[in-house]
Design a protein around this ligand. Structure first.
Ligand SMILES: [Zn+2]
Ligand SMILES: [Zn+2]
Length: 941
């Protein structure tokens, strides 16, 4: 068995000691460039097996392109800033919320986040190296660097100059725990969870007719004190029904919500209800003094659920806010940034929204404002970092308008080659439907937004340190600024050019996707060295996990590049889906089903992991577990074991059709693997490779030429070497350790010269050696063999025993050489060919004494050969062989004495019934019911 753990460590040591990766870069220096931009990994925790999946692809494409002889940058990136890192560090420090952080000190907290990034980027580097990932690890980029932040300042200034960067007030999804907005970009895909809430069917009386009610549906009772209006759809039919002496208004389609007997007494279009005033339970609150509390019209009011009459609170919902803006409703936003009710709401003031939620239900119940309550299951937005339920509140945030850029993003996307192809459509959908980009976060560890805002209304956006110095009140402070982060940057005050007042920076940091989006510029020194940037921009490829990135990295890359250059930053995008556990469930630390990279490396090793990843169809979820490792492990063993057959035969004439066939298959394989990798189909490439070594080589060719291997046939030895060396070169980018190990073994035997397999060039396909009609011939041979071998199973005569005849019927004919292969493989003396519609094989089951003798003789010669091997003898060593058997067996074997002598390389072979017992090299054997002893006398030694 191939000991992956020992060998992978040994190979890592070899690469390091001999500087193989450095030699590879040196070799390709100045050659045609292949450009890759790395999507940064969040340096937040140790790697999981899902990280290793993505990193395997990146390494695979790099190694492939390196063997083809391209110069590359090999730059890995670490994502360092933002709520992801903050959240993990808060947990580590035991800080519960922003108040705790401020008590701990922003400086201390920022330093702690930085330390975390330093620690985990080191760990991830070590882990990646163990995966076999070749990168210039000393040259990794960090998104927290001054350069990255300053490139983003430059970009934000461009947005501002274009008139796209603006401060907007909106009801936004807000995490009360994290104390920051969660943009729609954030929650679009993974921010929703299915939860149960208490939903209310409220009854609000009409002001003029107190025994008539509007029935209003809401799932967020805590927002009711902020209600300013109710909405109906002008096109929907509403009815007034009588129910136990009272009258209720609701959509005709929703009358099923009425309890008990009822009767429809009036019918009206929504439009006719417009302007009717109602009694709002909290109208006496001071904050409510400007609210109309009447029916308004709204196209989004739907009769699909609830009552068709909608509670409107523009300070507590994004759509409500839009409506309010359009028709001039006040927006009441009761929550502060920690989710606590502000003053001005009487009994609810200074209470958390979840408490208010309960109290509102109780209060409305007592005051008879509730018709009924139901338990309501729905998908509700949650903070995608900490998992808490989001609320909506009215805040000032910074946005980038998508109005002008949208079209350019869409047309840019069309120019890109995507694999899987559906990614392009999803990206287009995102661009079509996205809103303005909310980029500000009221947090600490992140890109400090370069925005200074004055009371007079003037806004200064700073695009560089030079500009900052120019505008700063205290220029010294800019000169000594240690880094572009909070809290240092907050110290810098500007002088307002309009009113001359001193102004402070807005406290916000940027959305972390800005950090990753700028890397095609920051990592290529866009601001410092345009010439260098031009050489390496745009990338030929980027490769990343898809589900989160349409609105994440892909999105921010497109925005940055389109704005700065009007071009797309990469030509092709390779994406892959999600990694799940063996049962198809999402891996989570908290669930206990997550597999850490270190555990997987310990249990199955890097190559097996890599093979699993490469074989996976990237467009479907990968179910990863240790059971799935058994088969690839076995397959790698087969690949490894073939290496033991490889000898150093220089050159020879190829005559046999099986040799020509395997060479044809090999040259096809080279062509296919090259094309599939160029087309970003690593799964097709790796499957073709595995199929070749398992089926074409191991199960077919080696089986067919077994006897020739046995007799050290020169052509076979030469071809096996040729095939195998090409095969492992093709495999090298996928499974770099085992192929290097094999290479080093062959180097020791002087079969190969190149220092490392990874320094050898990518194989080229020889068109002249591809013979499609021969391949077709062999497909037919294998069809016959399959049928014939199945027939052998049926008659229960082992393949070792020769049979007199096989009668084969088929609808095709085969060449004479092909029939010989069949006769050898089926171990039959004669083949009779008949033409017919279906393939069938009929075997002559009769075993004559001659056939039996031959069978025994072949078996005995195998035993002798095995014993020779055990004694350490090689092919050319001549020996005397004695067989000690009983009289009956002796008489059988005597008939095949010549065959026995030839097949065992014996200078003398004798079959005896007694004597020779005193010899040293002796072994017992059994064949069916016969037994005996083999004695070998080594002559000339
Ligand atoms: Zn949160
Ligand atoms: Zn001013």
């Amino acid at each position: 068995m191939y000991d992956f753990k020992k060998i992978e460590e040994e190979i890592l040591e070899f690469w390091k000691k001999e500087k193989i990766f450095e030699k590879l870069q040196e070799k390709n220096k100045g050659k045609k460039k292949w450009k890759f931009i790395d999507g940064p990994i969040t340096a937040n925790n140790s790697m999981g097996v899902h990280h290793a999946w993505g990193r395997t692809y990146k390494d695979l494409f790099h190694r492939f392109k390196a063997m083809q002889g391209h110069e590359m940058r090999y730059q890995n990136g670490f994502d360092c800033q933002g709520l992801w890192v903050e959240r993990e560090e808060e947990k580590a420090l035991g800080l519960k919320n922003k108040e705790d952080i401020e008590k701990f000190g922003i400086l201390n907290f920022v330093e702690a986040c930085k330390k975390r990034v330093e620690k985990f980027s080191k760990i991830q580097t070590e882990q990646s190296i163990k995966l076999g990932y070749w990168m210039n690890w000393d040259n990794s980029y960090y998104t927290m660097s001054n350069s990255n932040n300053l490139h983003n300042w430059f970009l934000l200034k461009k947005y501002f100059e274009n008139g796209w960067l603006y401060k907007g007030k909106d009801a936004v999804p807000w995490c009360w725990r994290c104390g920051t907005a969660s943009s729609k970009h954030d929650i679009a895909t993974e921010g929703y969870k299915e939860v149960k809430h208490t939903a209310l069917f409220m009854q609000f009386p009409l002001k003029e007719k107190p025994n008539e009610y509007f029935l209003i549906f809401t799932t967020t009772p805590w927002t009711v004190p902020a209600n300013v209006a109710i909405a109906v759809n002008k096109n929907i039919n509403y009815v007034k029904i009588e129910n136990e002496g009272l009258f209720y208004w609701l959509a005709e389609k929703r009358v099923e919500e009425i309890e008990g007997k009822y009767k429809i007494v009036e019918k009206k279009k929504g439009k006719e209800l417009e302007g009717i005033e109602y009694i709002m339970p909290y109208a006496s609150f001071t904050v409510q003094k400007n609210s109309p509390h009447k029916v308004v019209l709204w196209d989004l009011a739907s009769e699909e659920e609830g009552t068709g009459i909608v509670h409107i609170a523009p300070g507590c919902g994004a759509e409500d806010f839009d409506l309010g803006k359009k028709i001039g409703l006040p927006a009441i936003s009761p929550l502060n940034d920690a989710g606590i009710y502000d003053k001005g709401y009487e009994q609810f003031s200074l209470k958390k929204y979840s408490v208010v939620n309960k109290e509102v239900i109780e209060d409305l119940e007592t005051r008879r404002f509730i018709y009924k309550t139901v338990s309501y299951k729905h998908r509700y937005p949650h903070c995608w970092r900490c998992g808490e339920e989001l609320v909506f509140r009215l805040v000032n945030e910074w946005y980038i308008s998508c109005k002008e850029i949208r079209k350019k993003l869409i047309s840019g996307n069309e120019k890109i080659k995507w694999y899987p192809e559906y990614g392009k459509i999803r990206q287009r959908d995102w661009f079509n439907n996205m809103g303005d980009w909310l980029i500000s976060r009221k947090r600490y560890w992140g890109l400090p937004l370069p925005i200074w805002e004055c009371e007079c209304g003037n806004i200064e956006v700073v695009g560089s340190l030079e500009e900052l110095k120019e505008k700063a009140v205290d220029k010294k402070k800019v000169e000594t600024l240690s880094e572009i982060h909070r809290p240092w940057i907050d110290e810098i005050k500007l002088k307002c050019p309009k009113c001359k007042k001193e102004i402070e920076r807005v406290k916000d940091v940027g959305d972390a996707w800005l950090d990753a989006g700028i890397v095609p510029f920051s990592t290529l020194n866009y601001l410092e060295n345009k010439k260098y940037w031009k050489e390496w921009f745009p990338a030929d490829l980027i490769s990343e996990n898809m589900p989160g990135q349409y609105r994440g990295w892909f999105n921010s890359l497109f925005w940055a590049s389109q704005t700065l250059t009007g071009k797309v930053p990469f030509k092709a995008l390779f994406g892959y889906e999600t990694l799940k556990d063996e049962k198809g469930e999402e891996m989570h630390k908290s669930k206990g089903n997550a597999i850490w990279f270190d555990d997987a490396l310990e249990k199955i090793g890097a190559d097996i992991m890599r093979l699993i990843y490469c074989l996976q169809d990237p467009s479907s979820e990968l179910r990863f577990g240790f059971n799935a490792a058994r088969e690839p492990k076995n397959n790698l063993n087969i690949l490894y074991n073939i290496s033991k057959l490889i000898g150093n035969e220089k050159t020879t004439n190829v005559k046999s059709i099986e040799d020509k066939w395997i060479l044809s298959k090999l040259n096809n394989l080279v062509k296919l693997v090259t094309e599939e990798l160029e087309n970003l189909h690593p799964h097709y490439a790796s499957r073709a490779l595995q199929n070749f070594w398992l089926n074409d080589l191991s199960r077919s060719y080696i089986q067919i030429v077994r006897d020739r291997i046995f007799t050290e046939d020169k052509a076979v030895k030469f071809i096996l070497k040729e095939i195998y060396l090409t095969l492992i070169k093709l495999c090298a980018p996928f499974i770099p350790f085992i192929t290097e190990k094999i290479w080093q073994d062959l180097k020791t035997k002087k079969i190969v010269k190149e220092e490392s397999i990874h320094l050898s060039p990518w194989p080229k396909s020889d068109k002249k050696k591809i013979d499609k009609s021969l391949e077709k011939e062999f497909e037919n041979i294998f069809l016959v063999l399959e049928t014939g071998l199945a027939e052998r199973e049926k008659i229960k005569v082992g393949l070792k025993w020769p049979l007199a005849k096989a009668t084969i019927t088929s609808n095709f004919s085969l060449k004479k050489d092909s029939l010989e292969i069949i006769s050898r493989q089926l171990n039959v003396k004669k083949i009779k060919w008949k033409s017919g519609k279906e393939i069938s094989v009929v075997l002559d089951e009769k075993i004559t004494p001659e056939l039996e003798a031959e069978g025994y003789a072949r078996e005995v010669s195998r035993k002798i050969q095995a014993f020779r091997k055990e004694l350490g003898l090689i092919q050319t060593d001549k020996v005397e062989t004695y067989l000690i058997v009983d009289e009956n067996f002796k008489s059988i074997l005597e008939k095949e004495k010549k065959l026995l002598k030839e097949r065992t390389n014996s200078s003398k072979l004798e079959i005896v019934t007694t004597g020779k017992e005193t010899f040293k090299n002796k072994t017992n054997f059994n064949i069916k019911d016969k037994k005996g002893e083999i004695v070998i006398v080594i002559s000339g030694k």
